[in-house]
Design a protein around this ligand. Structure first.
Ligand code: PEP
Ligand code: MN
Length: 355
């Protein structure tokens, strides 16, 4: 990492960038309020930091050990302000700002009527972002794969419904991309692209999604450690996309016998990630719990832990849903979750991140 002097000229910055490129590395240039900081992207172990330190306009040059330096508070703080917090704009919604953000909708989009009825319900309940799965990750090839599992026409039609429902009820929309072949198609329709837990490790998928330049909702794999999660997040940051919302959605439960939940919600991940990075963190209580009677409690706990929002699966009649009905709540229940979480958020006040 190379910290430029506050009065460094454009030419001096360019000289450093060119020198980095000459080494076969990429340069990440952060022009902050205070000064410009240049991150080296790639294997910087052989970078001659001593030589960089003597270049005109350079204040300091040193190696950052963390594998997720571009999204780290440490790096961002140097260019920006004291305690930076990334605020991501998707449509007319800000994620990571002073207000909580609630994303809600069906697990899978099944029909236009189903989607529009749920969209209206979640909007009335106070949700800000509409979710709906089209390309569903499923354990069994014999179960409903989402409308994206059919022809490209069906996938496109479902994407059109999602876009139309978002426009009609004034909510930005999010859906998951499961494979590289879907990136161009989906990116044209949605405001936020979701990368599901099962694809957390797919670095080629991460890179091609990041290059679309749209906000990304990135879910932690159920077996991934926090450092691993953040290290893979860095693949997207390295493509110069920092509009990444991190989502904790539960990790594998321990031990034998019934665990009573689908996954174990890792609440500590919220304040830990917020200390390590400046990216917003949300909680998905639906996939963590796998049962609707726990959604209220886990939602409250997630907000109390400092999450800046929630993603919740909602259906007007959960038992009818083709996927994940057992963990869906109704719009009325969502309303209760939202108002209680907002009270908790108000009571706790702005987060103080001491580092
Ligand atoms: C989803 O949000 O639709 C989903 C499949 O979640 P996860 O990737 O967390 O399992
Ligand atoms: Mn689901």
């Amino acid at each position: 990492m190379i910290i430029m002097k506050s009065d460094a000229t454009r030419e001096q910055i360019n000289n450093v960038v060119n020198e980095i490129k000459r080494l076969g590395l990429r340069a990440d240039v952060s022009r902050g309020d205070f000064r410009t900081v240049i991150g080296l992207v790639g294997d910087e172990s052989k970078a001659p930091f001593d030589r960089f330190a003597t270049m005109p306009g350079v204040k300091e040059a040193r190696m950052i050990e963390t594998p997720y330096k571009l999204i780290s508070r440490e790096y961002t703080k140097l260019a920006e302000e004291e305690s930076p917090q990334k605020v991501i704009k998707a449509g007319n919604v800000e994620i990571g700002g002073s207000e909580l953000v609630f994303m809600a909708g069906p697990c899978a989009i099944e029909s236009k009527a189903q989607l529009f009825k749920i969209a209206e319900g979640v909007k009335m309940a106070g949700a800000h972002v509409l979710r709906g799965g089209i390309f569903k990750p499923r354990t069994s090839v014999h179960s409903f794969q989402g409308l994206g599992g059919g022809s490209e026409e069906e996938a496109r039609e479902a994407l059109e419904w999602l876009r139309a429902a978002g426009d009609r009820f004034e909510m930005p929309v999010v859906t998951e991309i499961r494979g590289e072949g879907q990136v161009d198609l989906v990116a044209d329709y949605v405001d936020i692209i979701q990368i599901g837990a099962r694809n957390m490790y797919d670095q080629d998928l991460l890179t091609s999604i990041a290059r679309k330049g749209k906000p990304i909702l990135y879910k932690r794999h159920f077996g991934a450690g926090i450092e691993e999660f953040l290290s893979f997040t860095e693949y997207m940051a390295a493509e110069d996309n920092r509009d990444i919302i991190l989502c904790e959605r539960g990790i594998l439960p321990l031990g034998k016998g019934r665990s009573y939940t689908r996954y174990t919600l890792d609440l500590a991940a919220v304040p830990v990630i917020q200390k390590e990075t400046y990216l917003p963190v949300i909680i998905d209580p639906s996939h963590a719990a796998g049962r609707r009677d726990l959604i209220f409690s886990l939602s409250c706990a997630g907000i109390a832990a400092g999450a800046c929002g929630l993603m919740i699966e909602v259906h007007y009649n959960p038992v009818e849903a083709l996927v994940d009905g057992q963990q869906m709540i109704t719009p009325d229940e969502l309303k209760e979750v939202i108002s209680t979480c907002q009270n908790i958020h108000r009571t706790i006040g702005p987060r103080k991140i001491n580092d």
